[in-house]
Write a protein that binds this ligand. Sequence first.
Ligand SMILES: [Mg+2]
Length: 357
Amino acid sequence: MKVQNLKTFFLNVSCGKLISDSARVLDSIQLIIVKIETDEGVNGIGYTYTLRGGEGVKAIIDKELSKIVEGKNPLEIEDLWNKMCMSTDARTHGGTATNAIAAVDIALWDIMGKVERKPLYKLLNGKRNKVPIYDTDSGWLHYTPQELAENAVNLLEKGFKGFKIKVGKRTLEEDIERIKAVRDAIGDSLTLMVDANQAFGVNEAIRRGRAYERYDIRWFEEPTLDGDINDYVEIASALDIPVATGEWIYHRDIFQKLIQKKAADIIQPDVCRVKGITEWIKIAKYAEEHETPVAPHFNMELHTHLVCAFSNAITVEHMPWLASLFKNPLKIKEGYAFAPEGEGHGIEFKDELIGIL
Ligand SMILES: [Mg+2]
């Protein structure tokens, strides 16, 4: 089998609402879709996303990565992935090129699944087809405590069992007011997480973390900038509350260091940022060997497959920004996300989007 050609498509995607955390406010993201066609009629679909700068991601795929995979056997994923990494090595330290490689890598795994006639999670030896899903999309920073409490009640009615709310308000008291409003509304019937999106310095992260702990918080996400592992070591050792990070980390070696140094209790790799499924699997395997839970960031459709495949992967994140683009939105029922059962990743873009490719 050979890759005949690779096509890309760029799309601005509305989030459907205003999104806010301690770091940014936005109402849309950018999606770059890849379609790989083979000479045997099996096609693979991949995609990646960025908040901004997606045109650069598309250009790397069009001008560089397409030339690496065209004419090659798409089932030799590791070899193609290594060649893509080597070709872009000066730019894979974070961002544009890692996103670009991810889209192509995901399309190659889609082809592999179709050739093997298995859904992705089974291709990866996953023994379960459903995983717990928690909601983030009702917990944005601009929501008032009252709105958060109402959203928590709505989530319970929809069957969700976990809810993550943004923290990082100007004062600790404002953060606590938000957490308390939710706990008062739903008791202990939802697992609660908090996410600071890197808002604090080390001392303030420890001070706030100690206050959050009183509300039985499952994890404290991105308390400080993710660039300094020693800061995370200090925070994680000072707090009883588990510390989670990784959504802006692009490389396996950094995840390995986080785990080795006990800088994070839970890691959160994002398949579109870490160069795709090939690298995500290596990160999850390393975490599995070191008994570290994995709770991936965003991308619930693809991550459901990946979480199904690893015993140490604990949950996926409900942020349904891409859901309206798919023919078959992710099935969510009673707090669980179900992996698509089609061959490959089984995620199909609507014809009006993919038809032009
Ligand atoms: Mg986060």
